[in-house]
Ligand binder design. Structure first.
Ligand SMILES: [Zn+2]
Length: 513
């Protein structure tokens, strides 16, 4: 744990922020340190950089310095500014130690005086945690029940410019002893921020921080710490030479709104790109050093929102009167649908702002003629479970790529001898060409689609009726495959049997997922 400083291997897996480091690790640190506080162990280059930073007259806070020398131990960040300063002093030689502890030291930095973060990393951890708790409580979250959250930071772009300026100035002071290279760059501000405050926020909320990619853990609460600082906004204008880098994005839509409002946001990526592409000399020539003192610290707003929750499962539809979605072209608005019945059960549990229902392909309203039964829906809801984003993607694609099985009751215009059905039973992997059916022509573009009927099995009911089981490629128009759609689907069941055929009932029996 003490080796964290400067060692890239120590970067926490899955991008976790301040959540690491339990009580056992703290003990280990204390025992090894023997002084009851974590020890800072720095590689030589980091020590040199620290010395350069400490010899500058401009004030810089202890956490900004830790980030600059790539310390990733959350236990160190959890200490107060004074304690961190003393840890830094302990890690240096005698001369460095004296410089560190002097009253005029760069580290003797009052809140808001840090030339890099302007106070962002100097707040009291308890205070920041309380602000987060208050924002969550106001938004109606139960902070006492276990939950996972993601902590993100939106910082004024002037801080990023200040990081570069400060770092280049420190290197200048090394007289060339420390070269500029990509490997030498500091830890990103958002990570330093999480290392500083994440741990305490977790304790105050009894929530768990989780910074992993959004795909795997839907349903987290996203807490965004948004800092604004108009006073230093001019630095960005100087950097970008007045070029506009605003971009617009749509806010989350409010209840009753069709679309969210368009808002202008800072394009921070453009700022990073310019900073990254600039030589130290070019950047330093653009700005005066040290930056002008500020009269007011950046202002914090805590924003909270919950990421989408995905719930998946399979359903069996037992009624021909219940469609998949509440609106159906043939029947208009329906009172009951799979969508409304399921959402009615789920909505009280999650109280969502909006819901979306996604089925694997679409099916017609007519299903099995078994009476609809509310207990069935309850049984079905109990089978539902939270799923990841990848499940949703597989549902989307399965509508086009997977196999479906159907059972149809078919009528024929001519009486069929039992042996005639063998024509169908012997078919395998039948390629079917379907022009857009007449019944959907008004909403689908005219095109010919090739689909495969993998398997058919016909069972005679009497001279004019038979049951047909089909396994087809998703997207096959079954009704048209049976009656031929006036020659628009070739071949068809009617065509194969040399008579007219029509479909009387159709059930979806299964969908491959
Ligand atoms: Zn700072």
């Amino acid at each position: 744990m003490q080796e964290a400083a400067g060692a890239d291997l120590e970067e926490e897996g899955g991008g976790r922020g301040g959540g690491e480091g339990g009580a056992d690790e703290a003990m280990a640190c204390k025992e090894e340190g023997g002084k009851g506080k974590p020890i800072l162990s720095l590689p030589d280059d980091a020590k040199k950089l620290l010395s350069c930073m400490l010899s500058m007259t401009v004030k810089c806070c202890a956490r900004c310095m830790l980030g600059m020398v790539k310390v990733r131990d959350p236990l160190i960040y959890a200490l107060s500014q004074e304690e961190i300063a003393s840890s830094i002093a302990d890690s240096l030689d005698e001369e460095g130690r004296d410089r560190c502890m002097a009253e005029t030291s760069a580290l003797a930095c009052r809140k808001g005086d840090c030339c890099v973060c302007m106070g962002l990393l100097q707040s009291d951890q308890g205070e920041i945690s309380s602000q987060v708790k208050e924002a969550l409580t106001t938004a109606g979250y139960d902070v006492d029940s276990p939950c996972t959250f993601m902590l993100s930071l939106s910082a004024p772009s002037s801080i990023f410019i200040r990081q570069y300026l400060y770092y280049y100035k420190a290197l200048e002071g090394s007289g060339g002893a420390l070269g500029v290279s990509c490997e030498q760059k500091w830890i990103e501000l958002k990570e330093v921020y999480r290392l500083t405050y994440g741990r305490r926020i977790q304790q105050v909320l009894s929530w768990t921080i989780d910074q992993s990619s959004t795909d795997s853990c839907a349903g987290r609460v996203k807490v965004t710490m948004e800092y604004r600082h108009e006073e230093s906004a001019g630095m960005k204008e100087v950097l970008l030479e007045g070029k506009s880098v605003k971009r617009t994005m749509r806010e989350r839509r409010e209840r009753g709104q069709r679309k969210g409002n368009l808002v202008e946001i800072e394009n921070i990526i453009a700022v990073h790109n310019v900073l990254h592409g600039m030589t130290p000399a070019a950047l330093l020539s653009k700005f005066s050093w040290p930056p002008a003192a500020i009269s007011k610290e950046p202002e914090l707003t805590v924003k909270v929102e919950r990421e989408s929750v995905y719930i998946g499962g399979c359903y069996c539809k037992y009624s021909r009167k219940v469609s998949q979605s509440p609106w159906n072209e043939a029947h208009g608005e329906l009172q009951d649908s799979v969508q409304t019945l399921i959402l009615k059960e789920i909505a009280p549990l999650y109280q969502p702002e909006e819901t979306k229902f996604m089925g694997s392909g679409r099916e017609d309203v007519d299903g099995r003629p078994v009476d609809f039964n509310f207990e069935k829906i309850q049984e079905l809801v109990s089978n539902l479970r939270p799923v990841g984003r990848d499940y949703v993607d597989s549902i989307k694609s399965s509508g086009e790529t997977k196999r479906k099985t159907y059972r149809a009751l078919v009528w024929t215009s001519a009486p069929l001898p039992p042996s005639k059905l063998d024509v169908l039973n012997q078919m395998q992997e039948l390629a079917v060409f379907q022009n857009t059916p007449i019944r959907v022509l008004h909403r689908r573009s005219l095109a010919e689609r090739k689909r495969t009927v993998y398997r058919m099995s016909a069972e005679r009911v009497n001279d004019r009726f038979f049951l047909l089981d089909l396994e087809t490629e998703a997207g096959t128009y079954i009704k048209e495959f049976v009656h031929g759609d006036l020659g628009r689907t070739r071949p068809s069941v009617g065509g194969l049997l040399c008579c007219e055929a029509d479909i009387l009932q159709l059930d979806v029996v299964g969908v491959e997922l």
